[in-house]
Design a protein around this ligand. Structure first.
Ligand SMILES: C[S@@+](CC[C@H](N)C(=O)[O-])C[C@H]1O[C@@H](n2cnc3c(N)ncnc32)[C@H](O)[C@@H]1O
Length: 343
């Protein structure tokens, strides 16, 4: 139907009752720079596979590093908001590390409300029911949707809000959108609210290339392509796409952090048919589908860069905790004016 993806106009795509959020995936796949939105990788199967990998992997250590910090500092984090408080987990997934903060909040406040926010709606609903069984005193109100919709959803609540954004997921937001997104979040928060980010600081090239290597192929290539085929009646052959990982190193003195760039490269010139959309997409040999919207998949920060990020976004660093190796950081941000007036 068309030779170049960017020639695909919306009028020639048959929507065939495809839900709106999935049409946004079609738009990203047919845009000039083809990409997949981050959330699309995490259907229920992708979420389960990812949780299993990140907990067991000997080379991708984000889960372990963050868990060890939360084990020691969950109570400090819970103490940042006054009861009654709502715990909001952006991109909650399985909430496995969040359990430590839930426990600290219940210990401190007696009761708590937990709002997991994630596009993987069914997955967080199932996990939410389990959390309610496991923790008497906890009310779980899952929000299946995009990050910012989740933030707006809780903004008007009277209780203090503790927003968590763990698993280095904030670092997958496009570098060009990060400040804007934090600024938007800032406008939705009150003085007593806090935003806690878990961010990776590991810039060791060897460790990074092992962490993002072939162990991810079954999730980030095979499961992703099977989701494309299921959602859009596609004929994509996973074997005809090569999983690629690149580490882009920036100077630690720059505001822009180093980052990973992940993509799937077509291993030949090929046409893929999506029956549900009545759409063909042609791939040149070597043409890439990037993860995700921006130039980065996963940023690698240092403390100076994090302070600058907070400063540009209307936040100030209230506290931060690193692991023993100092290659992972959990950072608590407060509305800047609150911190300034209290010192
Ligand atoms: C890297 S996983 C992190 C899961 C968990 N927080 C952890 O630390 O283990 C990212 C999660 O964010 C969700 N997600 C990605 N982009 C999203 C978006 N724009 N809005 C809402 N959820 C999103 C995914 O579905 C996935 O569950």
């Amino acid at each position: 139907m068309t030779d170049r993806a960017n020639d695909v106009s919306d009028d020639i795509i048959n929507h065939n009752d495809v839900p709106e959020e999935l049409m946004s995936v079609v738009a990203s796949l047919t845009s000039e720079r083809r990409y997949v939105p981050q959330w699309y990788v995490y259907d229920t199967r992708g979420s389960e596979m990812c949780e299993e990998l990140i907990r067991k992997s000997k080379t991708y250590k984000v889960w372990q590093h963050e868990y060890s910090i939360l084990q020691t500092h969950a109570d400090d984090i819970a103490s940042k908001v006054s009861p009654p408080a709502v715990l909001v987990d952006l991109g909650s997934g399985a909430s496995s590390k969040t359990r430590l903060v839930i426990e600290a909040m219940l210990k401190r406040h007696g009761r708590a409300t937990f709002v997991p926010v994630d596009m993987a709606k069914e997955f967080i609903e199932t996990r939410g029911r389990q959390l309610e069984k496991d923790y008497p005193g906890l009310t779980v109100e899952p929000f299946g949707g995009l990050y910012m919709d989740g933030v707006r959803h809780v903004a008007a609540r009277k209780e203090a809000k503790l927003l968590l954004w763990l698993g280095n997921s904030f670092s997958n937001i496009s570098i060009h959108q990060q400040v804007k997104m934090l600024q938007e979040i800032r406008t939705q928060l009150s003085d007593g609210d806090r935003l806690v980010l878990g961010v990776d600081m590991n810039t060791d090239r060897e460790a990074v290339s092992q962490a993002y290597g072939h162990q991810w192929i079954s999730i980030w290539r095979d499961n992703l392509i099977s989701r494309f085929n299921k959602d859009f009646g596609g004929t994509m052959d996973a074997e005809k796409f090569e999983y690629c990982c690149e580490f882009v190193e920036n100077s630690p003195d720059q505001d822009e952090p180093s980052c990973i760039v992940l993509s799937l490269a077509s291993s030949c010139k090929q046409r893929v048919h999506f029956e549900t959309l009545s759409l063909d997409i042609d791939f040149e040999d070597g043409e890439k589908i990037y993860f995700y919207e921006g130039p980065n998949t996963s940023c690698k920060w240092n403390l100076r860069q994090l302070r600058r990020l907070a400063e540009k976004s209307g936040f100030a660093v209230d506290a931060h905790w690193t692991n023993d190796e100092e290659n992972y950081c959990v950072i608590c941000l407060a509305p800047a004016d609150v911190i300034h007036t209290s010192v």
